[in-house]
Design a binder for this molecule. Structure first.
Ligand code: ATP
Ligand code: MG
Length: 433
């Protein structure tokens, strides 16, 4: 491993390997443990990629002896064999610099020896991230976002950025955040829906990865007020084609060899769930209702699938599966109904057990029908005039979906609470840090 061109370190801790025996190395990180046995002090130093041991003796002992765990340090010395049971190599330190002390008591213990509740961990997120288990979730997010971008780019999608401050409710509904914008009412975008539909008029295939805002008043483990969404929209496509793209995104993610990705994944390679068999099951909504009835659920065709119903379905169909052809009235105004039976629509959700990960479908591209649908859903077409006018500029048939990225991370890492998958979650009760 080549040395790093850096003022403070020559190596990350995971680069202290046998090839360095007898050579000098400088590591920089935080004191994880300190064992003072008189003439020598054993020190473990953690950085984002791992942990290394150093042995301090001689004059440097006085610098380190009374220092607190989690203080920022630089350690230099020769790499030698170690007799310790946890390390095969160690640095025989001849230079020790304390850059900044950690003041104790610390709010949480990032080594995880003393467990803290999630709320306390989020209150001190920057420190919580020194735990390799926590950090691995966010390294995974970074690797997956890069992979998703690659998959979409290789399918001809262009990445776009649409506004998050908007003048009218993009999809209607009660869960919009409203605020004052130069004395006029404005909203935080709940999705890029109208913009991505407009952009395919010229750009053909677009995707956006951005945060969206919903005033979700419920306290569930899967809803946040601010969440990251991967959205795609493609002209001249039907529902099945964009379902195939969702499968490809998922397949590429699940084929990643995380141990070879950049840096040390800090153990997150063990977090990924087993690879499902592709193509995934595509169950019709009606089939799901029949299944639920057989399980004794009180449900009729046309009813929404409640959380309880989805939990029952998730027990029958473990892992990933699609629910397709939902009742039109349960889906937003822009979803296209089936020509042969308008009670149902070209719409789908991707589930991971009971957890909804994606919603999508083919869109209504007929402007007159779209206007009718707005009225049916008690939305005012006037509020959508900037959107409706583009439909008379040669709007092609088109389809798309939105993937809740934080929920995907939850599913892949078996987390029970979406807040664990987000650095600084926002919900009814939390606006800080
Ligand atoms: P749900 O029924 O779970 O509330 P939804 O159907 O209202 O979700 P959509 O409008 O279909 O959500 O949004 C597309 C995707 O965005 C969802 O499948 C989900 O993965 C994600 N998502 C939606 N709302 C939230 C939220 N409040 N927090 C986190 N992710 C969300
Ligand atoms: Mg949905």
């Amino acid at each position: 491993m080549p040395a790093i061109d850096n003022t403070y370190r020559t190596h990350y801790t995971n680069q202290i390997e046998s090839g360095l025996l007898g050579q000098r190395a400088t590591i920089a990180g935080w004191i994880e443990d300190l064992r003072d046995i008189g003439k020598v002090v054993f020190l473990t130093v953690r950085d984002v990629r791992g942990v290394a041991q150093a042995v301090v003796s001689g004059q440097s002992i006085e610098i380190i002896r009374d220092k607190q765990r989690q203080s920022a340090v630089i350690i230099s010395g020769l790499v030698q064999d170690s007799k310790s049971k946890d390390f095969s190599l160690e640095i025989k330190a001849d230079r020790v610099i304390i850059l900044n002390d950690a003041t104790h008591p610390l709010p949480i213990d990032p080594t995880g020896r003393v467990e803290s509740a999630l709320d306390k961990r989020i209150d001190s997120r920057a420190l919580d991230l020194r735990s390799p288990k926590t950090a691995s979730i966010f390294l995974l997010r970074s690797v997956l976002l890069e992979n998703i971008r690659t998959t979409l780019r290789s399918n001809g999608f262009i990445e776009v950025n649409t506004p998050k401050i908007i003048g009218s409710a993009s999809e209607g509904g009660a869960n919009l955040f409203e605020f004052e914008y130069f004395k006029k009412p404005a909203y935080l975008a709940q999705s890029p829906q109208v913009y991505k539909e407009q952009l395919i008029l010229a750009l053909d295939r677009v995707f956006e990865i951005a945060s969206y805002y919903r005033a979700e008043k419920s306290h569930t483990a899967r809803h946040l007020s601010e969440f990251l969404s991967v959205d795609i929209e493609a002209a001249f496509t039907s529902m099945n084609e964009i379902i195939n793209i969702a499968e490809q995104v998922l397949m590429n993610i699940l084929s990643l060899n995380l141990s070879t990705s950049e840096g040390d994944m800090n153990g997150s390679k063990t977090l990924l769930i087993p690879k499902p068999r592709f193509p995934l099951k595509r169950l019709s909504y009606q089939q799901c209702v029949e299944d639920l009835k057989k399980q004794g659920e009180n449900i009729e065709i046309g009813d929404d699938l409640s959380d309880a119903s989805l939990r029952v379905l998730g027990e029958i169909h473990k892992g990933f599966f699609f629910i397709v052809d939902w009742p039109t009235k349960l889906k937003p105004f822009y979803i296209r109904e089936k020509e042969n039976d308008p009670r149902f629509s070209y719409s789908f959700d991707l589930q991971y057990g009971h957890l909804e990960l994606i919603s999508g479908g083919q869109r209504q591209h007929d402007p007159n029908r779209l206007k009718e649908r707005l009225i049916e859903q008690n939305l005012n077409p006037d509020n959508f005039k900037h959107h409706l006018r583009v439909f008379s500029w040669g709007m092609p048939p088109h389809s798309g979906w939105g993937l809740g990225f934080d929920r995907l991370i939850m599913a892949l890492t078996n987390l029970d609470n979406i807040r664990e998958a987000v650095l600084y979650p926002r919900d009814v009760d939390r606006l800080t840090p």
